[in-house]
Design a protein around this ligand. Structure first.
Ligand code: PEP
Length: 238
């Protein structure tokens, strides 16, 4: 099975970009079910319709509640109904800028799973936590996965915060150690096996090496996914 390649547009690109982006992806790569593009929620319907057969649409966030007085939020069911098959939970930008804590993220994760979404759960240490990355990751995993019974729809993304959008990429050894550690914690505490993606300044020039690492089950790409040609070239590095 091919490795999972996930784009995260963050709050970038526009409706007008969707057609050209998808056209370029279709020109360069074959859809194999393992290409995902996480777009702003308002673009989910358009993107999922345009990209049918080539890429799946993912949401970048959802709320844990089914409905209610949460002005400005969207529920897991709403993003699913709009065309998402995946959702990112726990991205470091949400943890940092929106103060999302493990307990809150755990509620989102369980809500998304109960709606049938596949969850890409992001974990990673900050620069100042680099020497104690194991304790940081362990806490994020144990608290983040509380009450989860079925891990079939969970994918972990290891994204060291110091490597996101900085151009600093974790070394092969950093990645291998962290991925092995994450897999061992999930196995020990939950008895489950999960795929682990790497994210942090992945680009066409380093994707091949990162994806060649047997511990890496795919990549999550921010900046370099905004341009369809760059993203296609990362996909073609598998
Ligand atoms: C991300 O935002 O998940 C990410 C990995 O960003 P970048 O590729 O730009 O470092």
């Amino acid at each position: 099975m091919s490795k999972l390649i996930v784009a995260n547009w963050k709050m970038n690109n526009s409706f007008a970009d969707i057609q050209d982006y998808v056209k370029e992806l279709r020109r360069q790569v074959k859809g194999d079910g393992n290409i995902v593009v996480c777009v702003p929620s308002v673009m989910l319907k358009d993107f999922s319709t345009s990209a049918r057969g080539i890429a799946q649409a993912g949401a970048q966030n959802c709320h844990y509640a089914e409905k209610g007085a949460f002005t400005g939020e969207v529920s897991a069911k709403m993003v699913k109904d709009a065309g998402a098959t995946y959702v990112l939970v726990g991205h470091s930008e949400r943890r940092e800028n929106f103060n999302e804590k493990n307990e809150f993220l755990n509620k989102k994760l369980n809500s998304a799973l109960s709606c049938g979404l596949k969850v890409i759960f992001c974990v990673g240490e900050k620069l100042e936590e680099k020497t104690k990355y194991k304790s940081v990751l362990k806490k994020q995993i144990i608290e983040g996965f509380a009450h989860v019974k079925d891990f079939a729809n969970i994918i972990v993304a290891y994204e060291p915060v110091w490597a996101i959008g900085t151009g600093m990429v974790a070394t092969d050894l950093d990645i291998e150690r962290a991925h092995k550690f994450i897999k061992s914690v999930v196995k020990e505490y939950f008895g489950a096996v999960v795929p682990v993606l790497y994210g942090g300044s992945v680009k066409p020039s380093n994707a091949k090496e990162i994806l060649a690492n047997p511990e890496v089950d795919g990549v999550l790409v921010g900046g370099a996914s905004l341009n369809a040609s760059d993203f296609a070239s990362i996909i073609l590095s598998r």
